[in-house]
Ligand binder design. Structure first.
Ligand code: HEM
Ligand code: HEM
Length: 179
């Protein structure tokens, strides 16, 4: 199958998509590993690496949203104005919102917890007054929105695979380099 040049995302959009997907999966895998360690060394290290991967997600997402405003978007992949287009757009914007909201809630939880932490080489300030309650609340937001994000990702990846293997149309190729 051949595709017109603008039926695919541009190379930078693809690179940013796969980089953020990898970072989100790394952040999730690291925090899942937490349970395998007792209190202390290994557990603190996987948590610290989780924070760094999550902070990189925010940086990539901010850059990606900036690029969205200047790039030439590819042609619609499904019938314009239909339910599929609408649902697809909602899921994509939901994912962008979660790519920012989840890490930001995590950072607020850390700031409020009053435990000194380094984020991408920067010492986070420690916020003391009433910190514990705020930390608990934002940790809860962080985990709830992350669970919502996982549900959206299941829909998103399921839709991509459905287009690729059931419908056998070109939607998946829009985000893949080559051919
Ligand atoms: C953490 C993982 C992921 C996140 C956060 C994510 C997020 C997104 C977002 C926000 C878009 C919209 C791009 C735009 O129009 O600006 C998108 C598009 C896309 N994603 Fe993902 N994605 C992830 C993983 C995946 C995976 C694993 C696949 C494939 C199995 C995939 C396939 C696609 C495809 C094919 C599109 C283009 C859809 C279209 O507009 O035609 N994504 N993704
Ligand atoms: C896209 C990025 C991120 C995702 C998907 C994510 C996801 C998660 C999930 C699912 C949990 C709950 C794990 C469990 O069941 O115990 C969690 C815990 C946590 N995350 Fe994140 N997170 C991200 C980024 C961040 C960032 C940037 C920070 C802060 C700098 C952060 C701070 C935390 C904290 C403090 C916890 C609680 C850890 C504990 O139980 O002690 N996260 N995260």
């Amino acid at each position: 199958m051949t595709f017109a040049r603008d039926s695919r995302y541009d190379a930078l959009s693809m690179a940013l998509h796969w980089l953020s997907a990898a970072l989100v999966l790394i952040a999730l895998a690291l925090i899942e590993m937490k349970g395998a360690f007792g209190k202390g060394g290994g557990r603190d290290l996987v948590k610290l690496l989780h924070y760094q991967a999550g902070a990189l997600v925010v940086m990539v997402t901010v850059f990606r949203l900036g690029w969205c405003t200047v790039r030439r978007a590819p042609k619609a992949s499904v019938a314009p104005g239909g339910v599929e287009e609408y649902v697809g757009r909602m899921v994509h914007w939901g994912l962008y919102a979660a790519l920012l909201a989840v890490p930001v809630a995590g950072v607020v939880a850390l700031l409020a917890a009053g435990k000194p932490t380094v984020l991408l080489g920067i010492d986070l300030p420690v916020w003391i007054d009433g910190g514990k309650a705020v930390a608990k609340r934002y940790k809860h937001y962080h985990e709830s929105v992350a669970n919502g994000m996982i549900a959206l990702l299941v829909l998103h990846v399921g839709a991509a695979l459905w287009h690729r293997y059931v419908r056998r149309d070109a939607v998946m190729q829009r985000m893949l380099p080559g051919g």
